[in-house]
Design a protein around this ligand. Structure first.
Ligand SMILES: NC(=O)c1ccc[n+]([C@@H]2O[C@H](COP(=O)([O-])OP(=O)(O)OC[C@H]3O[C@@H](n4cnc5c(N)ncnc54)[C@H](O)[C@@H]3O)[C@@H](O)[C@H]2O)c1
Ligand SMILES: [Zn+2]
Length: 355
């Protein structure tokens, strides 16, 4: 798959085994940044990488800061890296954000290959070119657009993900397939069990489908000026659930729960039928871990939404779903509707725990 972008076109390659990753890690002696956990789980992949060209990163939100990106630049500069240096990073969304930022600012941009090792990074964040760092306690406040030159997707990596990280990635997959219309929704309903069992063919198909859907939007609106706002579907509530739970609910699961909340708002506005809502919730229930309903606190969620950098106007902006599975951007979501969404999310989580 080729993604067209103004800075450069880049390639997403789906690979069956780890050979291509091992090759990318040795060809032309690149500088390597690896998620420390991935390095420990797959030591054989890194055998041929010299220790002074290897940087291990702890995949924690506290490490997704400019100091980590500068540490990478510092180490590369100390090694004598020049403008033709290449960087290969192996890990999830945190590794991607930090290395993408470093690759962008070093010599105004060096060559970069990214190997996503989480389902979330593979099905969503690896394309689109955003690099985001947390700053002064604000999530993703600093950032640039700098896509990798090449993305290598090896679904076998997902087999070692924790249940929570797998569920988080599945949250984004469900979101993309709800946004994708009725064909995509029924396709997911038929295949969700295969996805949960990590059936390789099913995982490949859905990662590809998610990326194709996102590619269609980002190629039309690369820099977030128009249609790309649709990708925020389920993210107004999602980001707030993530932040107000202090990341106890990880990104993709928060987004799936955000979809439940946003759909409750759609339903109360008469945009979405109970029948369609039940269908979507049944899918989300299959992939939702048993989080404590008390993690959703109305006041904390509302203040997280109000401090979100995407909220620039008077009313609250959100993307809502309608009965045709079409998305509508609204700028008038009221605090009472946020509360209604929170009630729906809590009720949903109670149901998941009882099931
Ligand atoms: N740049 C973007 O466009 C974009 C989009 C969405 C999300 N994000 C960011 O991505 C981050 C979340 O991404 P993520 O869920 O991939 O998180 P992550 O990078 O934190 O990885 C999640 C956990 O999985 C572990 N891990 C990674 N690969 C593994 C493997 N193969 N086996 C076992 N464990 C493995 C990591 O060590 C970590 O503990 C957030 O910071 C979010 O803001 C960025
Ligand atoms: Zn997301």
């Amino acid at each position: 798959m080729i993604v067209h972008a103004s800075i450069k076109d880049y390639e997403v390659r789906f690979e069956d085994g780890f050979e291509s990753v091992a090759a990318a890690l040795t060809e032309d002696a690149p500088f390597v940044v690896a998620d420390r956990k991935v390095y420990a789980l797959y030591p054989h992949l890194f055998e041929a990488v010299a220790s002074d060209t290897l940087f291990l990163l702890d995949a924690e939100e506290e490490k997704k800061v400019i100091d980590s990106a500068l540490d990478i630049c510092r180490t590369m500069a100390a090694m004598g890296a020049k403008r033709n240096a290449r960087l290969v990073s192996v890990g999830g969304g945190i590794t991607q954000d930090v290395t993408g930022f470093a690759a962008n600012i070093l010599y105004r941009g060096i060559a970069w290959t990214f190997v996503p090792t989480t389902l979330l990074a593979a099905c969503d964040s690896c394309i689109g070119g955003k690099t985001s760092l947390n700053f002064e306690g604000y999530k993703n406040l600093l950032g640039t657009f700098y896509p990798p030159d090449r993305i290598l997707i090896v679904p076998s990596f997902f087999e070692t993900l924790s249940e929570a990280d797998l569920a988080s990635g599945l949250g984004e997959v469900v979101k993309f397939n709800v946004m994708g219309g009725f064909g995509a929704l029924s396709g997911l309903e038929a295949s969700v069990d295969g996805l949960l069992a990590l059936d390789p063919e099913t995982v490949n198909r859905f990662v590809r489908r998610s990326l194709e859907f996102k590619k269609g939007i980002i190629e039309e609106d690369e820099f977030d000026g128009g249609r790309r706002v649709l990708l925020n579907f389920a993210h107004t509530f999602g980001h707030a659930f993530e932040a107000s739970s202090s990341y106890a609910i990880p990104h993709g699961s928060a987004v799936a729960l955000g979809m439940v909340a946003a759909d409750a708002v759609s339903a109360s506005r008469g945009m979405l039928s109970a029948e369609l809502r039940v269908r979507i919730e049944a899918l989300v229930a299959k992939i939702m871990p048993p989080f404590a309903p008390a993690l959703i606190d109305d006041g904390a969620v509302l203040s997280a939404i109000m401090s979100d950098k995407k909220q620039t106007g008077q009313g609250i902006t959100a993307v809502l779903l309608d009965e045709n599975l079409e998305l509508e951007v609204v700028h008038d979501m009221a605090p009472a509707e946020v509360a209604l969404g929170c009630v729906a999310a809590r009720r949903f989580l109670e149901g998941v725990r009882q099931a």
